[in-house]
Design a protein around this ligand. Sequence first.
Ligand SMILES: [Zn+2]
Length: 251
Amino acid sequence: MARTNLFSRRQWLAGAAGIPALGLRQNAAGQVPGGPAGRKLRVVITGGHPGDPEYGCGGTAARYADLGHDVVLLYLNRGEKACPTPEGASLPRVAEATKACAILGARPVFAAQCDGHAVVDGSHYDEFRALLRNLNPDVVFTHWPVDGHADHRAISLLAYDAWLKAKKSFGFYYYEVSDGEDTLMFTPNEYVDIGAVEARKRAACYAHASQAPDRFYALQSQVARFRGVESGHAQAEAFIRHAQSAGNLLP
Ligand SMILES: [Zn+2]
């Protein structure tokens, strides 16, 4: 069933974005040895700000990358409140995100919204859907929508709408970040062991040096240890897979 969905998804993408069908990088058998689902995946982890994907999914991103999958961290904005950014302005949080992605084996992509002023309306749904379609994902992660930050709620809705409009043809997972302050009422149903890559996750989060990593990483570590207790690992990241999403996509 999943493979049928993949073919129909690529046909849809090919028609919608001019991307050649079956364009995933893969071997002659169409598989990535050792990877989840037995094939190379395009993984997109969306976040409200530079740093959110790293804190919520940094270990999972590193594990995907180590298995040879293509990993994109898609940020809703560049961390700039003055927006649009004047030509030639320095963008320190873009530099931090670029460094963080290099540590994890991912690459950064930025939507064109503004920090603290996310807009969810018809044109922004269209814009985000086009951005995601061009990334041609096999699996997408986004914020759980019950969240104290409006930008996190915004990208959650934008990503969910894109998934629905794509006829649920890629995997769809929610993640948690800064629980108690941002994410609330999160009851995960899938876990990823991050014990072997926690040091890289930590380094990627600390690459966001302007964002008080001592404070926020301490909180996220508590969460990772608790999710580890739940799932039988030293540390884990936890997810809610949408009940109508394809499964078997986590590393
Ligand atoms: Zn954020």
